[in-house]
Design a protein around this ligand. Structure first.
Ligand SMILES: Nc1ncnc2c1ncn2[C@@H]1O[C@H](COP(=O)(O)OP(=O)(O)OP(=O)(O)O)[C@@H](O)[C@H]1O
Length: 248
């Protein structure tokens, strides 16, 4: 079942095309990683898919009302700004706004589960915007989880997280996909993308350069064309680690 369908999305910014004719589907059960160099159009693709910026082409989310869309897709933007000095618990509970008919018990269960999944119990009553950068990032991911949507779209969810939390965050997102959600993330760490995502989409210059399994997409040729780098591949018990070795 498709949870997101993008057909020929194009975005122009300051009269410059930054996304060109991108078509992409995310099905239930898929963990799709968007990769590509800085400025490739990853954030733009997510914003256009969610209807947050004007675009040409079609996103299936555009057919939904704002309320329906918020119950279908949760979004973690790249900016980690927390505007108000609310507690972590209240910040996460904001993810329940799309569910006005939910009982208090359902809301509490969703918030408690999100706090537990992101290891935020010690921070529950702390003021969210006075936490460290990584702790704030985990609070915002928990807010996305509390939204309990079939589709999760997260722009660089592991940016700013320490290695242990990077692993637990991607492992959690993979588990959610295995449970039948659809997950679309952007990620810069190619090794982590290869290890956790079921499918990768490589964007370059606003267009899709490659779309397939991590092995297919992370070929030497694609990495040279997409990122202008040569990589070293190291076999580990957890799979192949991909280390950027040198610019070409
Ligand atoms: N608000 C904006 N106004 C004008 N141009 C923009 C705006 N936001 C992004 N761009 C441009 O659009 C292009 C794509 O940006 P985008 O943020 O989507 O890239 P990205 O792949 O997410 O990059 P990064 O890996 O650095 O986060 C870039 O050239 C960027 O300069």
């Amino acid at each position: 079942m498709s949870l997101l369908s993008l057909s020929r999305l194009s975005v122009t910014r300051r009269r410059r095309p930054v996304l060109r004719d991108v078509s992409l589907d995310v099905a239930a059960g898929e963990f799709v990683g968007l990769i590509g160099p800085n400025g490739a159009g990853k954030s733009t693709l997510m914003e256009a898919a969610l209807g947050l910026i004007p675009c040409e082409g079609r996103s299936s989310l555009a057919d939904l009302s704002a309320a329906e869309r918020a119950r279908h897709a949760a979004y973690l933007p790249q900016s980690r700004e927390i505007a108000w000095p609310v507690s972590v618990e209240v910040l996460i509970a904001l993810g329940r706004i799309p569910w006005p008919g939910a009982s208090n018990a359902q809301d509490r269960a969703a918030v408690d589960a999100a706090i537990s999944r992101m290891g935020l119990e010690p921070f529950r009553h702390r003021t969210a915007n006075r936490l460290s950068g990584g702790e704030q990032a985990r609070g915002l991911i928990a807010r996305v989880l509390a939204q309990e949507t079939p589709l999760l779209i997260a722009d660089e969810p592991i940016a700013g997280l320490d290695p242990a939390h990077q692993l637990s965050c991607l492992s959690l997102l993979r588990d959610l996909a295995t449970e039948g959600r659809g997950v679309l993330v952007s990620v810069h760490d190619l090794g982590m993308a290869a290890r956790f995502c079921s499918r990768l989409v490589l964007l370059s210059g606003g267009a899709v350069l490659a779309d397939g399994t991590p092995d297919e997409v992370l070929s030497d040729d694609n990495l040279a064309r997409g990122f202008g780098i040569r990589v070293q591949r190291i076999e580990t018990p957890e799979g192949t680690a991909i280390v950027p070795a040198a610019p070409l």
